[in-house]
Design a protein around this ligand. Structure first.
Ligand SMILES: [Zn+2]
Length: 214
């Protein structure tokens, strides 16, 4: 019997998932709830690429100006400079000559971002996208589900449920506001697991009923 050994082409062997060696374009998605460390993970990958002397650039929606206009600032103040953009098409225009494109808070960008990421990856760019996978009701957010579908690699990161310590499932909104986009911090959102979220929703519905009855 002949034993055939699998021998990958040499070029493919250098295409390690997070390797900084020469490789074709790719799309990486880092998604999860608030306080799950998405931005920290994006920054970690971007800093490592920068350290490897690659030309890097981070973009973020102009809407997200919680702390600073020109920095991607994560909750632990570990910042690197970024460029605010109004629409996804601006990213294509501004990223010629960039080897690694980072995009933070991608859920706030338009659906055109999906094509933009494909176009960049086809040009040989490594694209790293971070964003909320779901809104505060558990509905997939903006271009994120489509980006997860076309990505070469998806990393789902989790916060810890503040009520029971299990892995959190979404960012529950503490203030009563039905607007989908409400930029917030610890005062407005809490990470909850699925069970605790369902309990919270039931309690809120009961409160609303009681208010009506009063
Ligand atoms: Zn819980």
């Amino acid at each position: 019997m002949e034993i055939i050994k699998y021998q990958p082409e040499k070029s493919k062997m250098t295409h390690h998932i997070e390797g900084e060696s020469h490789r074709p374009g790719r799309i990486e998605v880092v998604c999860g709830s608030m306080f799950s460390g998405k931005t920290e993970e994006l920054i970690r990958r971007m800093k490592r690429a920068k350290f490897a002397k690659q030309r890097v650039e981070i973009f973020k929606p102009a809407i997200d100006t919680r702390y600073s206009d020109n920095d991607v600032v994560s909750h632990d103040q570990n910042a690197i400079p970024s460029t605010p953009v109004e629409t996804s098409s601006s990213i294509l225009l501004l990223s010629s000559d960039i080897e690694v494109v980072g995009i933070d808070e991608a859920q706030f960008l338009d659906m055109g971002l999906v094509e933009v990421c494909n176009e960049l990856a086809n040009r040989g760019v490594r694209v790293i996208v971070a964003g909320l996978d779901m809104d505060f009701r558990g509905v997939p957010f903006g271009p994120m589900p489509a980006l997860c579908a076309i990505a070469d690699d998806v990393t789902k990161v989790h916060a810890i449920c503040v009520r029971c310590g299990n892995l959190a499932y979404l960012s529950h909104r503490l203030v009563h506001n039905e607007k989908r986009v409400l930029l917030g911090e610890k005062m407005e959102y809490e990470p909850l697991c699925r069970d605790c979220y369902l309990q919270a929703v039931i309690a809120e519905d009961e409160n609303k009923e009681n208010e009506k009855a009063d």
